[in-house]
Design a protein around this ligand. Sequence first.
Ligand code: SAM
Ligand code: SF4
Length: 322
Amino acid sequence: MLIDGHGRKVDYLRISLTERCNFRCQYCMPEKPFSWVPKENLLSFEELFLFVKVAIDEGVTKIRLTGGEPLLREGIATFIKMISDYKPDIDLALTTNGYLLGSMAQSLKDAGLKRINISLDSLKVEVAAKIANKDVLGKVIEGIEKAIEVGLNVKLNMVPLKNINEDEIIDILEYAMSKNVKVRFIEYMENRHANAELRGMHGREIISHILKKYDIKAIGREGASPSFNYRVLENGYEFGMIDPHKHDFCESCNRIRLTAEGHLIPCLYFDEAMSISEAIKAKDIKKASEILGEVLKNKPKENRWSEDDENLSTRAFYHTGG
Ligand code: SAM
Ligand code: SF4
């Protein structure tokens, strides 16, 4: 079992398969970065799998593939199958912007993917295009519908932003209700890479929008999930709020992150990381496991998210995986 320096059980590994992306979301990667991590520095799927086996053998029970846009990484279905064949009962999930999902959902499901989170910030063509800097809505909706059709367990993610999509909080909630899938509203997390003019919304502001139309009941956090859940009283529909600005957010944190070039990152907010790349390339499993132990020992107690410019996280979401 993996335990961090603050006594928290860590059983969830998030792997960013690529920092590249086909969207330019204002809150994540508004501009193409000055340079990408060179392809030769990325760990291959075989190399990533060596670490995945270490993590599973030491107690990881949940793996999420993310990015950047993970569906841009060629051969992803084969990687999913490698993990799923090694540990069929692993909780294997993926986060995507949905753009390429229409044609890939079936092969991902067949490879052993169980759950998929799809980002959906707007149901208006122009607003979705303004956020992603590309005409994306039609393909994203097609991806969501296909994922539901092939039987993946689908969740939607929305990042509400002031004066951009805040008037669509209820619309997105009702779209998710109509599809019978869960939606999670994510507080905008300020960072140095985002468009500096964006203003996010706190969980309580998002809730006050929802209260204009629905009576809801707070249910609480589900295990180690970062999502605080609510129930709509009139129909029992449940949705979530991911609210890292709240101080109890980190108390049950059970996750660790691995980037495509092999940096193990203990916390989304901070830059600190240790590289397993050399150990993995040398097939030195013992060393990789020692580095994992070291990173866990140094996992911070909590993030420092605030709107205050001095504490702006320098971590790029597209690099670390959101
Ligand atoms: N490209 C995929 C996608 O967009 O779903 C996966 C990677 S993305 C970094 C993962 C999640 O992080 C998305 O749901 C996205 O909305 C969220 N995200 C990115 N930047 C964020 C920010 N500054 N604040 C809050 N959520 C953010
Ligand atoms: Fe790409 Fe996802 Fe970041 Fe948007 S949030 S730019 S889709 S990685």
